[in-house]
Design a protein around this ligand. Structure first.
Ligand code: URP
Ligand code: ZN
Ligand code: ZN
Length: 476
């Protein structure tokens, strides 16, 4: 029997801390050796001239999520995880949405059934709490945290999802008591409804008014409120998909005050602006997501937050709908008002190439920071480290080999998801993931999916190291 199943030779191995030229030895799906001169393996992958990085972890994706009457998300677990693999991502963290009246266990059973046998990369669910009943908060949620569902998202906006401040405090209290991490979608629901009604009365119903209806103040206010509520119950909080400087500065302010407040930004806030919603007819619907893309100054702020550590995590918020489809962006109701256009854009495959090209290749962040925000920090934040998120002895052999010289023009057919467009169409990219390996098995090589679906597994997670030791909420 050979020493290794696979060796990756001659590449530059990069972690969140170091870069070093060495071979990687893999056995039974794990990294078992780092060194030089490895030869004894069933398979030898020559990575000379290439970068050997931990596989990406996309901690914020939506796959096969119910999205309102007549609307169907463009990805199931096969296509969503295929697209992830094509873009160099080896673990995705989709949301399991609790529908009103539904038990969390029932929601999870349904999502696991959809994912079973379909995934190309590993998967780990966050929960979305939309109905925080006594039963959910008192019984189900604590039990599920112990079962490895250690993070949950709450919404301050969206019909049917928004929690009021009292409900938010109740959910945060359970996180405090159990050691879980709360993720918050921070936009002020009442303010958005008010703005939307005003715009509709004025006949401003085209997709571009989606951005007008959710200005920066709406996000800044909710971000500050979420932080304040978390401070009251002494619980860490992750503010997801931050789009601009003012919201980012609320997080920085809290961090400087000593609160455990984490932040996430996403691809769209680095490279899109609200002008993208301005297209002819319904074209702008392709860019409708919440919070909306802002302006160039906001992009700069998001880069600053990534560079300086205000943002811990960089995600895609992949939430794909087909454009030319009445069950997608061109839902008939969407023509009457932007309020009915499904919120969300595809991006799980474009996330890493865009950050690599716009960030690393243009000198905005270094390679180590790239690895930190795309793999190591998501793994640490959500309780997957050190199994995932780094290249170290004992870690899963989740590896992406990058060719830093490879150039591509982004187009949706490269990306393999279920949508019929990409909001990043035409972007010139330098640097591309040429091989994606999940637990020692190559799943993508040179832009082709080579592994069969079903290799991806669900991961139960430890509690976040950012979370407090479980304990009662106390005002004594
Ligand atoms: O527009 C977005 N972001 N859709 C996805 C759902 C969410 O709020 O993350
Ligand atoms: Zn959200
Ligand atoms: Zn999202």
């Amino acid at each position: 029997m050979r020493t290794f199943d696979t060796i990756i030779t001659g590449g530059t191995v990069v972690t969140a801390a170091d870069r070093i030229t060495c071979d990687v030895g893999i056995k039974d799906g794990r990294i078992v050796a780092l060194g030089t001169g490895f030869t004894d393996a069933d398979e030898i992958i020559d990575a000379t001239g290439k970068l050997v990085l931990p596989g990406g972890i996309d901690a914020h994706v939506h796959i096969a999520q119910p999205s309102g009457e007549g609307i169907v998300m463009a990805d199931d677990f096969e296509s969503g995880t295929r697209s992830a693999a094509l873009g160099g991502t080896t673990t995705v963290m989709p949301f399991c949405l609790q529908e009103k009246g539904q038990s969390l266990r029932a929601a999870l059973t349904a999502y696991h059934a959809k994912a079973a046998g379909e995934c190309h990369v590993d998967v780990s669910f966050h929960l979305i709490i939309s109905d925080p009943t006594d039963q959910v908060l008192g019984q189900e949620l604590p039990a599920l945290v112990e079962d490895g569902y250690t993070s949950f998202k709450i919404f301050m906006t969206y019909e049917g999802l928004a929690l009021n401040d009292r409900e938010i405090l109740d959910v945060m209290s359970v996180a405090r008591e159990t050691g879980a991490l709360v993720m918050v979608h921070a936009e002020n629901y009442d303010a958005i409804r008010f703005m939307t009604e005003q715009l509709e009365k004025a006949g401003r119903t085209a997709p571009r008014f989606h951005a007008t209806s959710r200005p920066i103040a709406v996000e800044r206010e909710a971000t500050h409120r979420a932080i304040s509520l978390a401070e009251l119950v002494d619980v860490p909080v992750m503010i997801v998909h931050v789009s601009n400087r003012e919201a980012m500065e609320q997080i920085r302010w809290a961090q400087q005050k000593g609160l455990t407040v984490l932040g996430e930004t996403c691809t769209q806030y680095l490279v899109l602006t609200e002008n993208d919603l301005d297209g002819l007819g319904m074209e702008g619907a392709k860019y409708v997501c919440s919070p909306p893309p802002r302006d160039v100054a906001s992009q700069e702020a998001c880069w600053e937050g990534l560079r300086t550590g205000v943002f811990t995590v960089f995600s895609s918020d992949h939430c794909p709908f087909r454009y030319d489809d009445e069950q997608g962006k061109l839902t008939p109701k969407g023509r009457s008002s932007f309020r009915w256009v499904p919120n969300g854009i595809p991006g799980v495959a474009a996330r890493l190439p865009i950050l690599f090209s716009e960030g690393v290749m243009k000198g905005r962040i270094d390679l180590e920071r790239f690895v930190a925000v795309t793999a190591t920090n998501p793994a640490k934040t959500y309780g997957l480290y050190p199994r995932k998120g780094t290249i170290a002895i004992g870690s899963d052999a989740d590896v992406t080999i990058w060719d830093p010289t490879c150039t591509k023009t982004l187009t949706y057919t490269l990306l393999g998801d279920g949508a019929d467009y990409t909001p990043y169409e035409g972007m010139e990219i330098t640097g591309w993931p040429v091989l994606t390996m999940v637990r020692g098995r190559t799943v993508v090589r040179d832009g082709w999916v080579v592994g069969a679906k079903g290799h991806g597994e669900h991961l139960a997670r430890a509690k976040s190291p950012f979370a407090k030791a479980p304990g009662p909420v106390s005002f004594a």
